[in-house]
Ligand binder design. Sequence first.
Ligand SMILES: Nc1ncnc2c1ncn2[C@@H]1O[C@H](COP(=O)(O)OP(=O)(O)O)[C@@H](O)[C@H]1O
Ligand SMILES: [Mg+2]
Length: 255
Amino acid sequence: MAIVALVSASGSPGVTTTALGLALLWPRPVMLVEADPTGGSGLLAGYFRGTREYDSGLIELALTASNLSDALADVARPIEGTHVSFVAGTRSHTQASALRDLWAPLAETLGDLEATGQDVVVDAGRLGLNGSPEPLLDTADLALLVSRTTLPALSALRSWADALRRPSLDWHQSGVVLVAEGQPYGAREVASVVNLPVLASLPDDPDSAAVFSRGAPPPKRFETGPLARALHAAIATIHSTITHRRTELLEGARS
Ligand SMILES: Nc1ncnc2c1ncn2[C@@H]1O[C@H](COP(=O)(O)OP(=O)(O)O)[C@@H](O)[C@H]1O
Ligand SMILES: [Mg+2]
């Protein structure tokens, strides 16, 4: 499929949870990149509950003198028992500026992974932070703004939606993923105030979300529960959205 980047406009709506949930249910090998400039790996401290030590990640990638795709293979770590590998983010926000010159070449290297049958999910954290991985968002086939549906969340979403819609990037698409849709506003109401399509809606499912966000034990019927079902549906929509856009672009190029 390609590169999908997730980002938020405000607060902590569930970007890391959703990015990891998508990666773990992804139908093909996938690399999850923790590009949130806030620092402190959400995966190591959250999903792995600190049981897994940081050994290398984006900082080592930024400092490498070797070929970037070889270095990427060196720093990526498998999540055992899955077809997900991940690249750990910075340990502190103070390291974020050291990554500034990494994002553009990394975006290109990640794009090349598709030829090896690997897709990429990027956790880009919150928009507007110092050290934000904007080149990754620009290069992504699909940039997804993750948001809750409260009034303050929608107000921030509307203000950032324009920043994500870049007409100059014609292969690029963006959309919204709603977390806890219907609390209180629904997808249709959100789409009418934000000039972006709502591509996926995830239910409020705190017990399942806690598995991804802090390594909690899975609740009963986790694999077929509301969050898992919605994530599967989101993956199908992401796939068809990217495929459709690529077909359009190919046809446009031919005519
Ligand atoms: N679909 C969901 N339903 C209920 N709670 C969720 C959902 N997605 C995320 N959460 C919860 O929201 C909180 C913030 O999630 P996190 O992924 O860390 O947000 P962010 O990466 O945007 O800061 C966590 O407690 C997480 O368990
Ligand atoms: Mg996060």
